[in-house]
Design a protein around this ligand. Structure first.
Ligand code: HEM
Length: 429
């Protein structure tokens, strides 16, 4: 079956293909929240999350948090590494950076994982590790017969034992964040901004989320959705750009008119590119999409079948079947992307003349999912990635160290198995 020819699962007949009970059982840590539910309850929760994320004030907070973290966290760190020529694992760094960036607008508090002096905050560090455990173990359970992992869960052995520890840590983390928010301490911004300036406040005041378990599930689900999806994609972008200096030049060319209107900040004269400046940049967006095509952050989509159905391709599926769609493979199919499907070519996303993005249906490019369950953070993710890539590439040259084995990890989020060691050099301008 060629899923890219088959929008039925995601759009036209999506009610016949919910996530299903087994998915919800494996990811019970986010049980009851948008991330595991289907049908009418998912529509209702989705409308609320969509409302919170698309509120213009929230969009402005997200953009401000991102600029602040890049200017005061990421670039100063890069400058230190560049001045001493010290190699570092950019994936590990992006993971900490994104933990902070996901948490700041949600909780109104900066966990400070990016700054190494804060590493003693065990709660946040442990929560970050527990999120990774769920992504890794959850992936292997999706591929395992449910009777087998349910027995392991009952006996508390094997991967289920790891999940149990991760569950406890994540529940503690979410409870602590709710407590801190209720006590209204240590927040980002002034008192006015705190009134309804973070996403958690919208849910704390909502009677539908009066159940603490549901609110906890929502918090953890949000951290899953917003943290490593972006961090992982950024890492793959750095990797591909280091192999393609011509693409780096094209990005810098696109940034150049903006840079010429800006004044550099700080002693090192570094430029920060703000979301309002990069919003219209199409080549940079094409780079993001091309990376997500070959390295989708969420490489698998899991669906169950409610009623027997014959796909447009003629394949039959039966009630109770599980369908696993490899988004990773779909991005590499010759039938969908042409003979050069394995080549990294941002230009394929551009219209003739290169001034606009070409239309590609979302059921063909599934990195952000498609149809009624499409990612709600797509625009936020693009804004964050554009800010990081533009600000990094304008100020630094990025070199990937030789001798590394680069391969994807088998997990729900497609990180690099061994990380990515890079070295930076401050650009002479
Ligand atoms: C490169 C970055 C990102 C990628 C590739 C991505 C991809 C996806 C995918 C594939 C799904 C569907 C998951 C499923 O149903 O199985 C999804 C759902 C979702 N994403 Fe994203 N995402 C990204 C960033 C973000 C960010 C930054 C946020 C929040 C600020 C976010 C919020 C959500 C939410 C709330 C859902 C649930 C939608 C629903 O179930 O109806 N995402 N995302």
């Amino acid at each position: 079956m060629r899923p890219y020819k088959c929008p039925t699962i995601f759009t036209t007949n999506y009610t016949n293909f919910p996530k299903g009970a087994e998915f919800a059982d494996i990811f019970d840590i986010v049980g009851g929240s948008l991330f595991t539910i289907d049908g009418e309850p998912s529509h209702q929760q989705r409308a609320k999350v969509k409302g919170a994320l698309s509120n213009p004030r929230m969009a402005a907070t997200m953009a401000a948090c991102c600029c602040d973290k890049v200017e005061n966290g990421l670039l100063p760190f890069f400058r230190r590494m560049a001045s001493t020529g010290t190699p570092f694992d950019v994936q590990e760094l992006m993971s900490r950076f994104m933990f902070d960036l996901a948490a700041m607008p949600f909780f109104g508090v900066d966990p400070g994982l990016l700054s190494s002096e804060m590493l003693q905050d065990r709660l946040h560090m442990d929560a970050a590790v527990a999120l990774d455990t769920f992504m890794e173990v959850g992936f292997s359970l999706l591929m395992t017969p449910s009777s087998y992992w349910k027995l392991m869960r009952w006996l508390n052995i094997g991967p289920e034992r790891k999940l149990k520890v991760a569950r406890t840590v994540l529940r503690e983390f979410a409870a602590e964040m709710m407590e801190r928010r209720k006590m209204n301490t240590c927040f980002v911004g002034n008192e006015d901004e705190q009134e309804d300036g973070d996403i958690l406040s919208c849910f704390l005041n909502d009677p539908d989320y009066a159940d603490d378990d549901l609110l906890r599930a929502m918090i953890i689900g949000y951290m899953f959705a917003a943290r490593d999806t972006v961090g992982t994609t950024l890492t793959w972008i750095f990797y591909k750009l280091a192999q393609n200096p011509n693409i780096v030049s094209n990005i810098r060319k696109e940034l150049s008119p903006i840079a010429s209107r800006k004044a550099a900040v700080g002693v090192d004269a570094m430029l920060i590119f703000e979301p309002k400046e990069t919003r219209s940049l199409v080549y940079l967006k094409a780079v993001l999409y091309e990376t997500l095509r070959l390295y989708p952050a969420a490489p698998l989509e899991c669906k169950t079948v409610v009623a027997d159905y014959i796909m447009p391709s003629g394949h039959e599926v039966h009630a109770g079947d599980t369908i696993i769609i490899s988004i990773h493979s779909m991005g590499r199919m010759e039938g969908a992307w042409g003979e050069d499907c394995l080549h990294y070519k941002p230009d394929r996303w551009l219209s003739v003349g290169g001034n606009n993005m070409r239309y590609v249906p979302s059921h063909k490019f599934l990195a952000f999912n498609s149809g009624p369950r499409m990612c709600l953070g797509k625009d936020i993710a693009i804004m964050q990635m554009k800010t990081v890539i533009a600000s990094t590439l304008w100020n630094f040259d990025v070199e990937v160290m030789d001798g590394q084995t680069i391969q994807p990890k088998q997990a729900c989020i497609q990180q690099m198995k061994n990380g990515l060691i890079v070295k930076l050099k401050k650009r002479e301008m």
